[in-house]
Design a binder for this molecule. Sequence first.
Ligand code: T1G
Length: 696
Amino acid sequence: MNAGAAVTRDGDVAVFAVDNPPVNALSQPVREALLAAIERLDADPSVRAIVVAGAGKNFIAGADLREFERAPVEPLLPAVLSRLEACGKPVVAALHGATLGGGAETALACHYRCAAGDLQIGFPEVTLGLLPGAGGTVRLPRLAGWQAAFELMASGKPIGIAPAIELGLVDRRMDGDLAAGAIAWARELADARAPLRRVSELPMPPSRPAQFEEFLRMLPPAARRLPAPPRIVEALAAAAMLPADAALARARALFLECLGSVESRAFRHLFFAERRPPAEAARAREVSQAAVLGAGTMGAGIAVSLASGGIAVTLIDAKQEALDAGLARMRSAIDAAERKGRLDAEGAAAARERVQGSLTLAAAASVDLVIEAVFENLAVKREVFGRLGQVCRAGAVLATNTSTLDVDAIAAASGRPADVVGMHFFSPAHVMRLVEVVRGRDSSREALATATVVAKRIGKIAIPVGNGFGFVGNRMLYAYGREKELMLLEGATPDAIDRALVDFGMAMGPNAVGDLAGLDIGHQVRKEWKDKPDDPRFYRVSDMLAELGRLGQKAGRGFYLYHGAGGEREPDPEVPELIRAEAERLGVKQRTIEPGEIVSRCILALINEGARVLGEGIAASASDIDVVWCNGYGFPRHRGGPMFYADTLGLRDVVDSIRALAKSQGKRYWTPAPLLVTLAEEGRHFVEQVADGVAG
Ligand code: T1G
């Protein structure tokens, strides 16, 4: 038998089980094995029915994404699945766990489908910039109807067993032993000479001519501009109009267009970059109990993440009122997670059980991990770490959630700097997946591995970073923000800047983000920032607004005006006036700034700073930077992150553009980073493996 699958027999029923850890992807040997098995079993008179199943945690998680970076090797999945469907004996799919993409398409190519209660079936191709390329667009509407087929494919969201049965994707729920149930059912079907229910031969539900136009309009505007979503609609329209074979060929052609697109390469780059296994996981210490210091928004959010991820946590705050508020915030976050289905009832109940509160630091004495989230001030944090160093048991890992302070200075105060690391969470901490794990000068490999493994265990993406101002994310943010602040002085309105960057794909514009976070926060950080650029224009507009009490959303005014219960925002005509006066005072000449210049200056600043961060070893790889920016700062995923995006622009062009900006804006901020120049001169990329063929 080929690798990746096994055929077993239960009397006259044959079971083909994919066994290709970790997720049973449909790698080439699996496809080859499936094709060979079907040919052989179809011809074998001692076999009366076939079950297709998956060994281990799930049925099949879809195509093997690693193969997409190479030329495809036969047999290709659409042909294998056509042969499977054509089989002359009943074929029953036995589904459980992840049944995704090509895995769901395999299920649809079987004649009947049963499933266990943990089924998650779906078509996530769109999240990879692809469309279902192995018959999904042809078969799914025949079972589930047009609307459901469109929604499943356009959203990429998997569904559980109940809706799958309701939509006709699954015929039977199997409680008890799935394989035994599937075998018994397959035998029954053979005994009854049940019809072979070939889905692509079922009648297509009627569709209205305007149906597909409507689907296009139903796509979110940002999705409409990507390659895959409109092509999903086009493939569905082809399925409505053409015979199954021709529609499948059309879907395949559209799939290949998507596969070669920069956007799909970007999504695939992030898929793997976000799943890099933690370094030195074996060194991690066991963590079953944790404490979080500081019951503010951040502390409570971190504590919710720990509790939901299976770690008992004590929330500690010296003030009763603050502690009560923090615990209440935690309860409502867990309730919300349950309401939104992120936790099931059992998981939510267990999370609530894991939470305790305390007014004294002594409660941290026996825990395995402490995460400090007190006020962002070095003296305060050093004081706390001094006490933690005394109170905590030997071997406990002490993490600080600082976003801008020097982790070494904090670690020194503890008297045991080997145990100290940074764990920089993003707000809201129970929702945002990113954690920068900061390596201090003396952090031990064990402490770093522990922080990384805990982060992964609670569902976060942990990125290792060095201990420099702002680490990776906020340091780059300051380069990006610097340019938007300069352009504000130069005459671009807050709204024009935000619109240009949102059109580029950023989740929010930087001025709207500032208002949301509160302009006092950054103002405070810049007051404490010792080697801030000596430039009166640097963040002058934000600082001025903060000084005027225009603190952002919470004050009802910042860059924008806010009103109504929902806090709707609108441009404030007063703000450009305030800025104009300030520009005049600073001698900055105002002019019209086009959206192209806004995007180019902000994004090139980000790329150049990213190259510095990488060159200095603050980030370990360009991929890590991309993960930080796509998960922490709303950089558009379809562009793959700033470093991948730079590759797609071509690094030589990036260097040329930066040099051109040095001429128009001055050299101060526009010297290309040494690493960027070197890579450009050598014709290389930041992200070598996937950028090939993109930048050319
Ligand atoms: N191909 C290759 N490797 C994969 C993979 C895949 N499809 N899915 C996961 N892995 C690796 C992953 O890199 C990691 O590797 C390990 O498996 C565990 O993953 C023809 C076009 C199944 C829900 O989009 O959603 O089918 O770190 O950490 O949290 O139309 O993986 O061990 O080296 O995520 O338990 C559609 C993608 C493909 C599913 C499991 N399928 N996978 O989650 O583990 S396109 C998908 C997932 C397609 C057809 C088309 C999740 C999971 P390593 P993990 P997990």
